[in-house]
Design a protein around this ligand. Structure first.
Ligand code: ZN
Length: 265
């Protein structure tokens, strides 16, 4: 019995939004999963907690933060950067999408970077506790999901070709997920960053295409695998991201959950 979660980053919009991309996208695999399972709206984060992947994915992995999460520590962990005692890691974004560069700086004080493009230094926050172990496998690109998983003690798989963007190699993530299930992982989490990235770039069509790619290349195949070994498959955004504004949206997200219990012979 395996518990599989596909995180479609930023895939939803606020409840009541006219023409949500999840509805506009052609998603036969997700539709079949929903028809055979349950659909519900779920509040991932408590009110007042900043809405971001570093908070919402932490909650989906099992630790619900009560305030900001340290994105610098998360990004350092995703890159295997060890932060010495007395210092901290800072995530610094230089430039704006789609020409944004993500840097990780390790220093004892907030870094100051001179550039003729906008610079954003992410604020410090809580570092997630180590509550997971290698029976949880988290598959994704270098970023929030894999950084959180690493800090929380899960096994992290970053397949070649995983970019966290709409061009990510979802087939490589599927291979990694199948492999983890075959090796007996109790819990497998696959992160798909494309919908969020497209929404931040205010590209509604690209967001729809990213959702359709996940449906076509990942969800139906995982449904079949979980059906054959028994277990649960859920598909959930971590948070919403509005392609109109390019901003994250607070509030509940739509979750599809399906399970099959296999009876040992
Ligand atoms: Zn985002």
């Amino acid at each position: 019995m395996v518990d599989v979660l596909v995180i479609l980053d930023g895939a939803s919009e606020a409840p009541g939004t006219a023409g949500p991309t999840l509805e506009l996208a052609r998603t036969p695999a997700l539709d079949a999963l929903a028809a055979a399972g349950d659909c519900s709206w779920k509040a991932v984060l408590p009110p007042g907690v900043p809405v971001g992947s570093e908070t919402a994915i932490a909650a989906l992995l099992g630790w619900v933060p009560d305030g900001p999460v340290d994105r610098g520590a998360v990004e350092a962990a995703a890159r295997g950067i060890v932060v010495p005692p007395g210092k901290r890691a800072w995530r610094v974004d230089v430039g704006v999408r789609p020409h944004r560069h993500k840097l990780v700086a390790v220093s004892d004080e907030e870094p100051w970077i001179a550039a003729d493009v906008p610079v954003r230094v992410w604020p410090p926050g809580a570092v997630p506790p180590q509550i997971l172990d290698a029976t949880t496998v988290v598959i994704g690109a270098v970023g929030a999901a894999t950084g959180l998983a690493s800090l929380m003690g899960a096994r992290v798989v970053i397949p070649e070709g995983a970019t966290g963007r709409p061009d990510s190699d979802l087939g490589a993530k599927l291979v990694a997920a199948r492999d983890a299930i075959e090796r007996g992982a109790q819990r497998v989490v696959v992160h798909v960053g494309g919908p969020d990235e497209a929404a931040h770039e205010r590209d509604r069509e690209a967001k729809i295409a990213a959702i359709e790619a996940a449906d076509r290349e990942l969800i139906g195949q995982l449904h079949e695998i979980v059906a054959s070994v028994g277990g649960r498959l859920r598909v959930s955004p971590d948070h919403g991201c509005d392609p109109q504004t390019g901003m994250h949206v607070a509030g509940p997200v739509p979750v599809v959950s399906w399970s099959r219990v296999t009876v040992p012979r």
